[in-house]
Every structure is written in C-alpha cells, then in structure tokens.
Ligand binder design. Structure first.
Ligand SMILES: Cc1cc2nc3c(=O)[nH]c(=O)nc-3n(C[C@H](O)[C@H](O)[C@H](O)COP(=O)(O)OP(=O)(O)OC[C@H]3O[C@@H](n4cnc5c(N)ncnc54)[C@H](O)[C@@H]3O)c2cc1C
Length: 310
C-alpha cells in the first residue's frame, strides 16, 4: 500500500483515536461472529444433505438383514455431530438477533437505564460471540466434513473450503485469546464483576419458568456467579491468573448463553408440527448431552487455578 500524498481525515476527537477505532472494531467482531455462524450453518447444510443420501453399514437396532445399508444420518455417531452443530447454529442466531436488538436500544431507547443495560449486553456478549462461534465454525465445520468420510477431503463437495475459510476467523479482528482477555480482564474484573452479575440476573429472569431445564440453567448461572467472585477475589494475589483462565471463563459464559438461548427457542416450539422432533427437540437434546457438560470441566479448571493461586 502507498500513502504518498493521500488525503486523510481524523476520525473522532484528537487523542481519542483508539476509542473511535473500537467503534469499528466492535462492529467487525460481531460481523466475524456472524461469519462463523454462517459458515457453520453452510457446513451443516452440506453434511445434513449428504447424510440423507449416502448409505453405509447398518445402524444399531436396524437388524442384520441383507437389505440395503442404512443412511449415514441414521448412525448415532453422525447424528451426534449433526444435531450438535445445529444446536450451535441456532443458539448463535438467537444471540445475534438479541445483540442486534440491544444495539438498537443503545441508539434509540429514551430510557438511560435501558441504554446502560443494552451497552452492558453488547460489551460482554460481543467477545464471547466472536470467539465461540468462530471456534465452532472451524471445529464443528471439521466435524461436518467428517460426516462425508473421504468425500469430505476432496474439493468437489465444498466442505473442505468451508473449513479452510473458517480457520482465519479465529485469528482476525482480535484473536480468540484476546477476546477472552477482553472479556475477563478488561470487562469483568474492571468493575469487580458487577456488570457480569447484572447480565446473569437478566438471563436468570428470562428463563422460562417451571421447566426442569430452567432449574439446571439457573444452577449453572449461580455457579458462574460464584466462580466470577472467586476470580475477582484471587486475581490480586496472582497477576497471571486471569490471563491463564480467560479462555475457560469465556467458554463457561458462552455455555450459559447457549443454554439460555435454547430454553427460549424451546419455549416457542410447536410440538404439533411434524418436523418439531428432528428440527428442534433433537438439537436441544444434543445441547444437553454433548455441549453443556463442558461447563463442569471449564469451571473445574478455573477453581483449580484459583485454589493454586490462593
Ligand atoms: C487473512 C487475514 C486478513 C487480515 N486482514 C486485516 C486487515 O484488513 N486489517 C488489519 O489491520 N489486520 C488484518 N489482519 C491482521 C489480524 O488482525 C492479525 O493477524 C491478528 O490480530 C493477530 O495478530 P498477529 O498476526 O500479529 O499475531 P500475534 O499478535 O503475533 O499473536 C500470535 C499468537 O499469540 C497470541 N497472543 C498474542 N498476544 C497475546 C496476549 N497478550 N495474550 C494472549 N495471547 C496472545 C495470539 O492470540 C496468537 O495466538 C488480517 C489477518 C489475516 C490472517
């Protein structure tokens, strides 16, 4: 690039360039999060279509007759992959729509308290979305490639292109490690946890009442609150602690958000529609079976690190 004799214009006030730059950066982070969700959805669509055509071996419970082999989609290991990616994509969409709404509230709400809550949502949720949905685009996209077996590894089906394209999203517009530090060090610890506690209150209040899954989601929210308090308390004793656990912390926050998003989705499912079991209930179950158990691992790691630091 050559800038000789280029005309430039100052953006924002003199000496406040970094602040102006972050206006652009925050939009870019959300755009990259959407890129991740879009790539993962494209990967899922390709894998889902392929799994409905390709037959291979017998699925368990289908008997051992000499008849036609079963669809790839009928093998439980492949169903796990497909339904899990669907769970990530749909939670990502809900979080993206909600964040878009909060962006509008920041700009247009006449109520300062509503504006402040919207600001808080965007500040805390943006790094989480950028990080987890780009991570999932690559890793979940790779899982979708696996559904194709050897066909996934050739260009013809387009799935390997998605996996390659997804890889950079974990790096640009702030690497995912930097997103985690932004969340925990610059945002959560900066105000002693009060911002994230307020966000957790909002999530808790919006859980559909009565459902058993809401009680479990509520318990995870309480655990996250306790873990946050532990980090806030221990961080001053070990300057590296927050930086070591930031990735685990971001994942724990993401899982609470995913849980919230899916409870909201399920509250709107009409079980009388023919596709409700496969389109909605199966991904919801995959979330609970294969995604949310990670929460225990993440919080265990954080507690161990806090205990060692203390
Ligand atoms: C295809 C592509 C397009 C790009 N487009 C643009 C563009 O248009 N404009 C632009 O300005 N930039 C662009 N970039 C640059 C991009 O934003 C940087 O590559 C990215 O921010 C990472 O910086 P880096 O490559 O210097 O890696 P480094 O900063 O050297 O990081 C190397 C590794 O160390 C980790 N790391 C670094 N510092 C820390 C820390 N403090 N704590 C924990 N971990 C850390 C990182 O997470 C990473 O894993 C682009 C990059 C790529 C690959």
């Amino acid at each position: 690039m050559r800038f000789d004799e280029a005309v430039c214009a100052i953006v924002g006030e003199p000496g406040k360039g970094l602040n102006a730059m972050f206006v652009m950066m925050n939009a870019a982070r959300l755009h990259v999060a959407l890129q991740g969700i879009g790539l993962l959805d494209a990967a899922w669509q390709k894998a889902d279509a392929y799994s409905q055509e390709r037959r291979q071996m017998r699925a368990p419970g289908k008997g051992k007759s000499a008849g036609e082999a079963d669809l790839i989609a009928e093998h439980p290991a492949m169903r796990r992959i497909l339904d899990t990616q669907r769970a990530w994509v749909d939670a990502g969409r809900v979080l993206a729509y909600r964040t878009a709404l909060e962006l509008d509230l920041i700009k247009h709400s006449p109520d300062p308290a509503t504006q402040a809550a919207a600001q808080r949502w965007c500040a805390l949720v943006t790094p989480v979305m950028k990080s987890v949905f780009t991570h999932q685009a690559f890793h979940g996209g790779s899982d979708c490639l696996q559904v194709f077996g050897g066909h996934g590894y050739v260009r013809e089906w387009g799935i390997e292109q998605i996996v390659r394209d997804a890889r950079v999203t974990m790096i640009y517009e702030g690497t995912n490690e930097i997103q985690a530090i932004d969340l925990l060090v610059r945002k959560v610890l900066a105000d002693g946890g009060s911002g994230i506690y307020a966000l957790l209150d909002t999530l808790q209040a919006e859980l559909p009442p009565g459902a058993k899954a809401s009680t479990q989601a509520g318990a995870r929210i309480q655990t996250l609150r306790a873990i946050t308090a532990q980090i806030v308390k221990t961080a001053p004793q070990d300057p590296a602690l927050a930086y070591r656990v930031a990735d685990n912390y971001l994942r724990a926050v993401a899982l609470v958000l995913m849980d919230w998003a899916w409870l909201r989705i399920e509250a709107g499912v009409d079980d009388s529609t023919p596709n409700a079991p496969t389109r909605w209930r199966a991904p919801a179950q995959a979330l609970r079976s294969w995604v949310l158990p990670e929460f225990q691992m993440r919080t265990f790691i954080i507690v161990q690190q806090c205990t060692a630091a203390a």
